[in-house]
Design a protein around this ligand. Structure first.
Ligand SMILES: Cc1cc2nc3c(=O)[nH]c(=O)nc-3n(C[C@H](O)[C@H](O)[C@H](O)COP(=O)(O)O)c2cc1C
Length: 271
């Protein structure tokens, strides 16, 4: 086996569910392989100043949330500059109880293209960025058991050199187009130009300014300097509950998702 001397949990995670899964897998790999692990977030603009560059001796647990059934597209130019140095890696996607569509296979391909040899993969569920009821409380205890199980199998396959790479995961090639929300009348409408509103409860504490992964909220907390990806970081992270959406298509889409995807989706592990 190529020498692995440390483990890295590398993730983009505006509302923290991807962070939780990715770090749990890293922690368990660390326990099983008796190696140190470290977290590396690329969620905030300041964290994306440096490109991702890994030496060959790292096992990389690479986590992204699923946006529109795919790897978030605004991350592609950043991810496509990364260099994996022939390291081993585990692609992990976290989705809001609807579907992960082609996100996992796309992430695997990105990793392979940048010289990270994938040996396992997983799709997990997190509370949906738009909602407090869809995937509520996920990942939960049972999800974390699954995350640890993925880590155990991956660690065993590395220790016994029985891994297969690239890992075979679910998904289509070519990838399906990005999922587009529907309006009430059944026609599709993108919500790219929608921004959260700010109520009078806002205390100008600046928390949202710090949390925004696009660096799009001005210091006054009330105006926007760039675009909004609807990640939910400012809405769910506002201590005063002052940020909300009132866009009709956004609200209709959120309600439709909450009504249609009430079944409990389960994690899928690829080993
Ligand atoms: C723009 C956008 C698109 C999303 N698209 C999907 C999707 O296609 N399928 C799904 O199940 N969840 C979708 N989600 C929900 C997130 O994948 C999910 O909430 C994830 O747990 C968020 O990760 P985080 O907590 O690390 O930010 C979407 C969220 C956003 C913001």
């Amino acid at each position: 086996m190529k020498r692995i001397s440390r483990i890295a949990a590398v993730y983009f995670s505006p509302t923290g569910t991807t962070k939780k899964i990715t770090e749990t897998i890293a922690e368990e790999c660390s326990r099983r392989m008796q190696l140190p692990w470290k977290a590396h977030s690329f969620t905030l603009p300041s964290e994306r100043q440096e490109i991702l560059h890994f030496p060959s001796n790292v096992l990389i647990i690479f986590g992204v949330p699923v946006y529109a059934g795919r790897v978030p597209n605004f991350l592609l130019s950043y991810l496509n500059q990364s260099e994996g140095g022939e390291a081993f890696g585990i692609p992990v996607v976290v989705y809001g109880n609807r579907n992960y569509d082609d996100a996992l296979i796309e992430l695997r391909d990105i990793m392979e293209m940048h010289h990270i040899h994938t040996i396992a993969g997983g799709a997990f569920i997190g509370e949906h960025s738009f909602s407090y009821t869809l995937g509520k409380g996920r990942p939960d205890k049972a999800d974390l058991v699954q995350a640890r199980s993925l880590a155990d199998s991956a660690a065993s396959s590395l220790l016994t050199e029985t891994y297969a790479t690239p890992i075979q995961v679910k998904g289509n090639i070519p990838y399906r187009p990005y999922y587009i929300p529907q309006k009430k009348d059944g026609t599709q409408k993108k919500i790219t130009s929608v921004f959260p509103k700010i109520s009078s409860e806002c205390t100008n504490c600046g928390r949202c300014v710090h949390l925004c992964p696009m660096g799009s909220i001005a210091d006054d907390c009330h105006s926007y300097t760039s675009f909004c990806i609807k990640c939910g970081a400012c809405v769910k992270g506002c201590p005063a509950g002052a940020r909300y959406y009132d866009d009709e298509t956004y609200l209709y889409h959120k309600k439709a998702l909450e009504q249609e995807f009430i079944r409990r989706a389960e994690p899928e592990l690829f080993i």
